[in-house]
Design a protein around this ligand. Structure first.
Ligand code: ADP
Length: 326
């Protein structure tokens, strides 16, 4: 690994459970490999303002179980300008940081890609987002925890839905991806999932729910992915209410509940493996790649692929939901 002595780490964009486990893994693997490590606070903003601290192994003690990110995160408009990125580059030079590990979602990795190309700077990305919307990896860090949170919340709502014989629309996160909604629906035995990848007409939905109520069901739950394409749970519920006034329709928006909490074992292990792999990738002179996991194997995904491509929804999951919700 030519000329790398010090690795900088930052978390950027939306926080996700497991980011701390990833910070710990990058820090410890780098120190294990003989490198110096510097933590950069508040994402790209900290790179511009120079909010940076050297990390020793004890700086990442006792954080594997914590949600959020000890490095804080931010959205930084200035980094989207060439002037802002020039300032960031100057900070890196001043701090003696020769490579970066960026933990974040689609936006953060887009920024990483632009910066890496502009300054020929080695950057490895880790997919840190609850949305699971990055191409080239089966899972992203934080997704499993968010899915489990959704499951716990929907189970609780089911108690009320059943007791009152109600129809609930529950909005979950996902940006423009339906992974949380679809898998959340399967995990909770929901009647349907409305996701941006598949168009569902109100009539189809009402028919499905009606047939459910006609048979033996006395409650119905529909998970809706928040997205301009689905229109969100509120808008959908309004349409169903207008057209089918016989239903007692309620809406719950899970919102930021979904981001927090202690990461699941799956996320802690994923973040640990990916964090260690990020250091390996730098050792192998890889740059401009995101660490991914496919069929339980670590893979390197070029930023250009990870960001640009839409990750497809597995049709088998859709069919399973349809068959099990009769
Ligand atoms: P996420 O990483 O969770 O998708 P955002 O989309 O908000 O979050 O992106 C996080 C940050 O990444 C932005 O605030 C910005 O600093 C940086 N970023 C996003 N897109 C670009 C871009 N096209 N060019 C440079 N930086 C970007």
């Amino acid at each position: 690994m030519a000329g790398i002595n010090c690795i900088g780490i930052l978390t950027s964009g939306g926080d996700a459970p497991g980011m701390n486990a990833a910070i710990r893994a990058v820090t410890r693997s780098a120190i294990f490999g003989g490198f110096k490590v510097k933590g950069i606070y508040r994402g790209y903003r900290g790179l511009i303002t120079g909010e940076i601290q050297e990390f020793k192994t004890q700086n990442v003690s006792n954080i594997i179980q914590a949600g959020g990110t000890i490095l804080k995160t931010a959205r930084c408009k200035e980094f989207q300008t060439p002037e802002g990125r020039q300032l960031a580059y100057e900070t890196l030079k001043k701090e003696g940081i020769d490579a970066l590990v960026v933990i974040g979602g689609d936006g953060s990795l887009t920024g990483a890609r632009i910066f890496a190309t502009e300054f020929n700077f080695p950057i490895v990305g880790l997919p840190g987002t609850i949305d699971n919307d990055l191409y080239g990896t089966d899972k992203t860090i934080g997704y499993d925890t968010a899915l489990n949170t959704i499951m716990e919340c929907v189970d609780k709502i089911r108690d009320t839905a059943t007791s009152h014989e109600r129809l609930f629309f529950i909005e979950v996160m996902g940006r423009d991806a339906g992974f949380l909604a679809l898998n959340g629906a399967i995990a909770t035995g929901a009647e349907a999932a409305i996701i941006p990848e598949i168009s569902t007409e109100v009539d189809q939905l009402a028919e499905l729910i009606q047939s459910g109520f006609r048979k033996s069901k006395n409650s119905s739950i529909v998970l809706v992915a928040e997205s301009p394409i689905t229109g969100g749970a509120m808008a959908l519920a309004e349409r169903v209410k207008n057209e089918y006034p016989q239903y007692d329709v309620r809406v719950t928006i899970l919102g930021h509940l979904q981001r927090g909490g202690s990461p699941t074992a799956v996320d802690r292990i994923l973040a640990s493996r990916m964090g260690a792999a990020a250091v390996d990738a730098l050792l192998e002179d890889q740059r401009n790649v995101m660490i991914g996991i496919r069929n339980d194997e670590i893979v390197y995904v070029p930023f250009s692929k990870a960001i640009k491509n839409d990750k497809p929804i597995n049709r088998e999951l859709l069919n399973t939901l349809r068959r099990l919700s009769i």
